[in-house]
Structure formats: C-alpha cells, structure tokens
Design a protein around this ligand. Structure first.
Ligand code: 26Q
Length: 823
C-alpha cells in the first residue's frame, strides 16, 4: 500500500517552477507579488531539497539492507560553502532551474548568491573534509560524516581602515539543508568520578558517576553525489541542556535563573568554531567540544552496529572510522570505554577491535599545531578516559621496553604522557597507537612525519603502518561549478563531461594544443573570469584593476609559515623598482595586480600585522600616479569558499610559497592549476607532486629545500645572519614611513632582522624576486603561456579527490561501493 504513495522529484522546467512557487506561497507563506531574490532562492532551494530527500531516504535504506562496511569520517570542520548550486549540478538540473527562474523573472546567479556559506571550518582541513564527502557520495561509498553544528561558523572578516575586524557569522536563520532529528538525542556526561565495583562474575568494573549531562541532538544534512542517486548523510551534533538536568532539578526548586544559566552553559558547547588554524590552544571548552562530538558519534555508530545483532568481534568488518587530524582522538578512548565498561569485553579483545577500526590522518608537523591536553584538565573533565589513557600507555610502554631494552630514552620519548609540568597528553601519539594506519597528506609530508614526530613509532610498528595519501579536490565544485565556461569548453573537446568523474581523461586536451580556435576560446574564458573578479574588486574595495594585467593571487589563511610577508615584501621591492625607472623603462614592464585574501586568527598579532602591511602598501601604491596600471595591490575581504569560486578561475599566477617542509600539502595549489592558472611555489607539500605531474617547464619553483632548512636556521642562530641586500632596501623604505607609521610594522620586520628569521624570508628573497622576473618574461609570450596552462590542466587528473578517496577505501578503510542501480 505504501508503494502507490511514493514521491518522485521534478524533472521539467514547469514542474520546477510549480514546486518553487508552491514552496514560496505555502512553506514560506509569502505572496508572489513581493517575491524578491531571497524568496526565489528559498523556494528553489526547497524544491531541490525535496529531490535530495527522496534519494537520501532510499540511499539510507539501501545501505541498511546491504549490510556492508561503512566508513565514518570524523571531522571538527566541514567547510561546505553553498549547497544549492552544488545540488543543481549534482542532480543534473541546473539548466532546468536556470530556465525556470528566468521565466519567474530571476537570473540564476543572483538567486544562487543569496545563500549564506556553510563555513564550519577554518581552511584546508575543513575544505578537504567537504571535498571528501562529495567524492564518497559520487563514488557510491556508504559513508557518513560526523561533525559539530556550530551556531557560529568562522567569523566574517571586514577590513576597516586597513585592519581586520571580526564579525560573528550567524548562519542558521534560514538553512533549508539541515533536518533536526529531535528523536536522536544522546546524553553526554562530563566531570564526576570513577568508582570500582566487583560485579557478579567477581570482575572489577569501573563505574563513571556524577558530574553533569548535556544532550547531543542530531541535525542531518544530505550529501548528493554527482551523476548518481547516492545521497549520503552528514550528521552534525548540537548541544542542549538535558531535560533531566534543566527542567526538573533547579526549575522545580524555584531557582529559575540558575536553570536558564545551566541551559546556556550547555548550549555553549556547540556555539562557536575555534578560529585557529594550525595552532593548538588548550582551552577546556575545546576539549568539551571534542568529547561531546566523539561520544555522540560513537554512541550512534555502536547503536547502529548493535541493531545487526552481530558480536563485537565483527565490528571492524562493518565499521571504519577515519580521524581527520587528532581532534577526534578521544573517539578511540571512548570506544574502548564502551567495549570494556559497558559491553563487558576483555581489555585486550576490546583494544584489538579499536585498533582495527580507527585510522588517523596527520595534517601538520609543526610543533605549535600538535595537540596536547593537560592531565589535570582531562582528569577533571573526563576522569575515566584519563584512566584508560594511562592503561593504554602502560601496556604500550611495557611492550616497547620488552622489545627495545637497549634504548633507555625511548620510553620517555614515545610515552603518551609528556613528563612536563603540568603533564600533558600527546594526542598524536595516542591516535597513532590506537589506529591501524596513519597517513600524511602529500609525499614529502608523509616522509617527514616518518623521520620526525613518528620516527620512534616507525621503529616500533614497522614502516607499513605509515602511509601516504596525497590530497585531492573535487572537480565538480572546483571546475564545473566555479568555472562553468571552461568546463563546457573542455566537454566540447572531449565529447562530454566524463572527465568530471574520471579526471585523468583531461589528458586528451593535449591533443588540442595546435587548435587555434580552441586556444582563443580558452583565453577568452580566462579573460571573462578576470573581468568578473575585477568587478568584484571594484564593488568591494573601490579599486579599479585592469583585467589585461597579470593577476597574481595569494589567498589562504594568514600564517607566517605560509609567508604572505614574503609576498608583500616582494611587492614593495617591485614598487621601489618602478619608482626608480624612467618612463621608457616603465613602458616595457608587465602590468600586475597583486591580490591577497585570507583570515587571520583573532589572537594572532603577527598575522594581523601582515594584513595591515598589505593594506597600507595598497593605499600608497594604488594612489601613486607614477605607477598607474603597472601595479595594483588589493586585499579581498572575507575570503571563503564562495569567494574562492570567483577568485580561483581568475588567476594567471598564484602563490604557494610556504617555507619548505611546513605546508603539509596545500590544496588551493591544485584548484588554481585545474582552472588554468600557473603557480609560483616552493618545493613543499603537494607542489612537488604537481611539478612531477605537469613537468618543471610549467611551474615556477624557487627557494631552499626542506632538507636545508634546519641548517639554515642553525646558521641564523649561531652564525652570522646576513640580510638580503634588496630586502634591506625594502625595510629601509618601510622604516622611512613610506607606508605610514613604521612602528606598526616593527614586530614584523624585527622577526626577520633580529629574531632569527625562522621562516627564511631573507634566505629565499633573492630567488623569489628572480623567479617573479621569469614570470613577467614568460607572460609576454602569451601563446607559450597559454600552452603551459592548457598542458598543466591536461595533466591534473591525479589531484581529483576521487583518486584520493579510492586510495583511502582500498588501502585504509577496506570498503566497497554500493551501486545504486544494482538493487
Ligand atoms: C587544534 C587545537 C585547538 C584549536 C584548533 C586546532 C586546529 C584547528 C584547525 C588545528 C589545526 C587546524 C587546521 C589545520 C589545517 O587546515 N591543516 C591543513 O590541512 C590541509 C588538508 O590536509 C593541508 O592541505 C594543509 O597543508 C594543512 O595546513
């Protein structure tokens, strides 16, 4: 009887219009007479949402019946960006929607841009999680994401008088893409104490009692695959005061204010995303967030497994859990607690299950980003978990001592507990010990972690536990959605859009390098994309930039290791050179626009100083009549996913210039090359593999190598530090107040001249400047430049996140896809 009620999604323009109008009039209770773009967005989003929900339900049902292994991707960040455009493209109905909206009196671009970005992440790590969700759904893997439903995502950045100002990002006003599941609520315990008890079998069991309870409420977000009906689930947890705690205890005893206070304290847990990127700050609330989300997710995963009535020994055959960095490491401890304390398994059996279930991806080698939690903090918040960590550590150290009796320092080096004051729990070690595989995110990075932070662990476990999976990006969002014209041109040459699901097919583009019409069209698309960005820059900064100039772009989180300071110091050098030239010399110059964008962590003063220097230089350069179009410097505010979709397709050259050995992978480098831009970069992260794929002829590499960094730093400290001569001139200019009061920049200058130049700005300066001269030279030959761009795009197939997910699935998770057509 249920069959005849089954619902089908729209497929025609008329049906789409009907559905959109119906939602505007009924769901939103708005009249069509005052239907603005926001209402049109809302109606269209709800119409598409209906389509997704139908496939989503079917997918979940299919996955339950199939009873295959599933993967759960635990990440504190999912930097999703906008959903409507993506949904339209993935279900293949964007053209239908465009025509329908046009008939209703709207331009599809204006409607799409009404949507607020879902910005539940800081940068690379969060965006990687979003690309992975897209690929897992597209490849039909039974996969769930688990995260936190922050009320405030990453802050909105405004630039006011050349300084960053942070505005809270309240994004949940109207979010049609989430479904509250109030029936799926998990009690999460904090604080309290542990009591030992002898049970009926005479076994000692630990009982965690007291403390407080906070509720975790599930909110589900559908994740459609491209060109498949598979629609996976992203489950985000929101915190709420527990009924038992809030409603009865204090409220009934008449203490209304205190009960509301408790309520707010509970809701604080999921209130805000920590805005640090690659920096660990040991705040208790952050640890609370981590445990809250891990415990809710684990409860959910175990409950789903238990429905199958299988013994726990089969848990790793049905469940793979991927840890996105160490942020979810407590999930390891929580599963051990569930298995031993609640399900009554023997310690060692439980631990084998845990290790077989988890895998951990590392995203950094930098010491300041490695997570550590103080033992007293953990003792107070999670007393039972600390006991389990100590037990895991003791057994591990006993094994190490037995196996390597000669290396007496090894025990203190590899101990999960750092013997400092206060003692600290080293999360990366715990994650490594509790997982069966550990991976880095690019080849150089995976090699580096094996010789640095995990050196001893390679000795202990052997090299096979450590592996590499080079990052990737989804070509659906980062080519098809961000650059529809280029995608269309490529499809016209390759005979369809198959390259979007098999990116290696792009290599056929090399057959068209002599096709003049094709090359002209390619160039015209790049120009149009630059015009679009120029318009955005004009509207948001007031600066007029010439789209015929070379667009030189660096957009990413602001961090000293990413070296935006190198870039802006190089720009000053260029400015000084222009000023020193006569009009004849200036005529020969290649006009440039230097474009910066990215957020600084609110407490990171050096990063904020870098932003201020960029803005101050822009103020002077952009208003200097001697310079005109030869150089413009702009700061694009509030860089995020949807801004990236405008910025990335418009670049001629982009900068990926981290100190060698510091950027684990980088993923925007891949986005820029895939969109027909060249890159200038150091031998770091995925730049190295990009070079291998596209060949050294098509990339501008410069700077010292990772293997030399240590010696150079040593020389800075113990030898004599020599400041590069050009860089010295740049500092003199700054000190002359050329860009305003120089004292505002002294910390930045001094970090290089007086404090050891940790990021090797001076060591790499000359080679950086010289390489930019090569860029100018190369850009003069537009034909050769264009061919480099096309050749590079043709060779980018490797960097699809589909390839990357395939590697995780085969080598780490051991899972199979579930074809939606087969059942
Ligand atoms: C940790 C503890 C407390 C508060 C915050 C944090 C925290 C938050 C975010 C630590 C690190 C991050 C983010 C790291 C990140 O984005 N790493 C990037 O990951 C990308 C995907 O693998 C790589 O491409 C980049 O190279 C890497 O920097």
């Amino acid at each position: 009887a249920w069959k005849k009620h089954s619902i089908h999604g729209f497929t025609t323009k008329e049906q789409f219009e009907n559905e959109t109008v119906r939602h505007i009039e009924t769901t939103l209770a708005r009249s069509l007479f005052n239907c603005d773009e926001l209402a049109a967005y809302s109606g269209a989003a709800l119409a598409f949402r209906d389509r997704l929900v139908i496939e989503w339900n079917k997918t979940q049902q299919r996955q339950t019946f199939a009873d295959q292994k599933r993967v759960y991707y635990l990440s504190l960040e999912f930097l999703m960006g906008r959903a409507l455009d993506n949904a339209m493209l993935n279900v293949g109905l964007k053209d239908v929607a465009r025509d329908g909206l046009k008939e209703l009196g709207f331009r599809i671009e204006d409607v799409i841009s009404q949507e607020h970005d879902a910005a539940l992440g800081n940068g690379g790590l969060g965006r990687l999680a979003a690309c992975f969700l897209d690929s897992m759904a597209t490849l039909n893997y039974p996969a769930w994401g688990y995260g936190l439903r922050y009320r405030y995502g990453i802050f909105k950045q405004e630039i006011v008088d050349g300084y960053q100002v942070e505005i809270p990002d309240y994004w949940l006003d109207f979010n049609p893409w989430e479904f509250p599941r109030h029936d799926i609520t998990v009690d999460i315990q904090f604080y309290g104490y542990v009591r030992k008890e002898i049970n009926e079998d005479g076994k000692t069991v630990a009982i965690w009692e007291g403390g407080e309870i906070v509720d975790a409420v599930a909110f589900d977000v559908p994740i459609p695959g491209y060109g498949t009906s598979t629609t996976n689930n992203l489950r985000l947890w929101s915190s709420k005061a527990s009924k038992g705690e809030f409603d009865f205890q204090k409220f009934n005893s008449g203490d209304y204010e205190a009960s509301v206070g408790d309520q707010q304290r509970a809701e604080t847990i999921s209130a805000v995303l920590y805005p640090n990127d690659n920096l660990d700050r040991g705040k208790e609330l952050r640890l609370k967030q981590q445990y809250f989300w891990c415990a809710a997710s684990l409860y959910d995963i175990v409950r789903r497994f238990k429905k199958s009535k299988k013994p726990f020994s089969q848990f790793p055959e049905k469940v793979a859990i991927q840890l996105n960095d160490t942020h979810p490491t407590l999930a390891i401890v929580e599963l051990q607690r569930i298995l031993v304390d609640i399900e009554g398994l023997e310690w060692s059996e439980a631990w084998s299950i845990v290790q077989a279930t988890f895998s951990y991806a590392n995203h950094t080698v930098m010491p300041e980003a490695l997570e550590k939690w103080s033992v007293p903090l953990m003792q107070n918040l999670l007393p039972r978990h600390l006991q389990i960590i100590y037990e895991v550590n003791m057994q591990f150290l006993q094994y190490v001592e037995k196996t390597f009796p000669k290396d007496r320092d090894m025990l203190s080096r590899v101990s999960i507990i750092e013997e400092s004051n206060p003692k600290m729990v080293r999360m990366a070690y715990l994650a490594t010990i509790g997982s069966h595989k550990v991976n880095g995110v690019a080849e150089l990075h995976s090699d580096l972690i094996k010789t640095t932070i995990f050196k001893d662990f390679v000795t202990i476990y052997g090299p096979d536990k450590f592996t590499n999976v080079t990052n990737g990006i989804t070509p659906r969002r980062w080519l098809h959605q961000a650059n529809p014209k280029l995608s269309e041109l490529i499809a016209s040459k390759l005979g369809g859009y198959d390259f979007l699901t098999d990116l290696t097919k792009l290599n056929k583009l090399e057959n068209f390098l002599d096709d003049e019409k094709f090359k002209k069209e390619w160039q015209a698309i790049k120009y149009d994309n630059k015009v679009r960005l120029a318009r955005h820059i004009k509207e948001t900064t007031g600066v007029t930039v010439n789209p015929k100039a070379l667009f030189d772009i660096q957009v990413k989180r602001i961090h000293e290791y990413k070296r935006q300071q190198l870039n802006i110091l190089g720009v000053i050098h260029r400015y000084l050179s222009i000023k020193a030239m006569n009009p004849e010399e200036r005529k020969k110059l290649q006009p440039r626009v230097s474009i910066f964008g990215g957020k600084a962590a609110p407490g990171y003063w050096m990063a904020k100083t870098i932003i201020h220097l960029v803005c101050s230089v822009g103020e002077v350069v952009n208003n200097d009549k001697d310079v005109g179009d030869l150089l413009k410097v702009v700061y694009v505010e509030d860089y995020n996913v949807s801004k990236a979709e405008i910025i990335v397709p418009a670049s001629d050259i982009s900068e990926h210039i981290s100190t060698a050995g510091t950027e684990a992978s980088g993923t925007s480098n891949m986005k820029f090359v895939l969109n027909g831009g060249l890159i200038i970069g150091t031998c770091d992260g995925a730049n190295i593999e990009i070079t291998r794929e596209i060949s050294t002829d098509n990339i501008f590499l410069f700077g010292n190598l990772a293997e030399d960094v240590e010696d150079l730093r040593h020389a800075h400290t113990y030898g004599s530090f020599r400041l590069d001569a050009d860089l010295a001139r740049v500092f003199s200019a700054i000190k002359s107040n050329m860009f305003g009061d120089a004292s505002r920049f002294s910390a930045l200058c001094n970090s290089i001249t007086d404090h050891g130049d940790y990021y090797l700005v001076s060591d790499d300066f000359n080679s950086y400047i010289k390489t930019h001269e090569l860029v100018d030279e190369a850009y003069k030959d537009q034909t050769a430049w264009l061919e480099k761009c096309i050749t590079s795009v043709a060779r980018m197939g490797f960097f699809s996140s589909d390839r990357c997910i395939q590697e995780y699935a085969d080598m780490i998770w051991n899972i199979e896809p579930l074809d939606p057509e087969s059942s």
